[in-house]
Design a protein around this ligand. Sequence first.
Ligand SMILES: NC(=O)c1ccc[n+]([C@@H]2O[C@H](COP(=O)([O-])OP(=O)(O)OC[C@H]3O[C@@H](n4cnc5c(N)ncnc54)[C@H](OP(=O)(O)O)[C@@H]3O)[C@@H](O)[C@H]2O)c1
Length: 268
Amino acid sequence: MPQLSGAHAVITGGSSGIGLATAHAFVRRGATVSLMARGSERLEAAAAQLRQEGATVATAAVDVSDADAVRAAVKEVTAAQGPCDVLVASAGQARPGRFLELDDAIFRDMVEVDYFGVYQAIRAVVPSMVERRRGSIVAISSAAALVGIYGYSAYGPAKFAVRGLMESLRGELKPHGVHVGCVFPPDVDTPQLVEENQWKPAETAAISGTIKPIHPDRVALAIARGIERNKFAVYPDAGTAAIARLIPLAGSLWRRFEDSRIRSVTRK
Ligand SMILES: NC(=O)c1ccc[n+]([C@@H]2O[C@H](COP(=O)([O-])OP(=O)(O)OC[C@H]3O[C@@H](n4cnc5c(N)ncnc54)[C@H](OP(=O)(O)O)[C@@H]3O)[C@@H](O)[C@H]2O)c1
């Protein structure tokens, strides 16, 4: 069973939101952490917070959509802090909007950052995990990867792709001693949610607004437990877990619910 105590965890998107909360949760369990994100200032502020808790922290400013830069960043932090035992790929972005109103560039950008950003981080750490026959890789997908949702035609497919990658890797890496997990958060109270709320069509808000955003610490705790318990699917809240169980059985019920929420907005 993967242990966090004494592990070196690399966390992309570790300077904010779910990634930063996860870094705190891991440090409390005795892990050493390396944080990656683009902005150096937020990275250094996050590292300073964690060091105050007694953590050993490395940082690397990197855009996860740049494969060479991600490889170089992983090389740098593993040279400093030892091989990567745990990867949490949390770096990501969300841009909701109606299909007809979104530019092509947004569809590509979602895939570049949300899918290839995860893929590239995994590529950079997995060979050494397989060689050492140990490790854990966890990607943050989304509840929007369990069911298609109005307004998420650019974001949702990138998160479905993350889910597909992790489902394929689960069976492939298990015989090599590497745990694979995939996290499906609902709305989480982070800077990303504030940013995406500016763009959310009223119909999307009417659907997702039925569930109150959860605190990032709750997601972080679910991630830590998911790793310790060797779980594949990590649902940080009961509502998303129920959706995951029901959708395959009751997809038509979901579509009726979604249509009624959309009608409630268009009628106004
Ligand atoms: N919040 C939600 O409601 C929610 C729900 C479901 C899933 N998620 C997913 O959870 C993950 C974390 O989101 P969050 O809510 O914690 O967001 P957040 O607070 O905005 O944090 C995003 C992190 O990713 C980094 N990042 C963004 N683009 C990057 C890039 N191209 N290269 C490297 N780092 C990048 C950001 O730093 P820089 O900007 O400095 O690079 C930041 O550290 C995302 O994958 C998101 O899609 C979030």
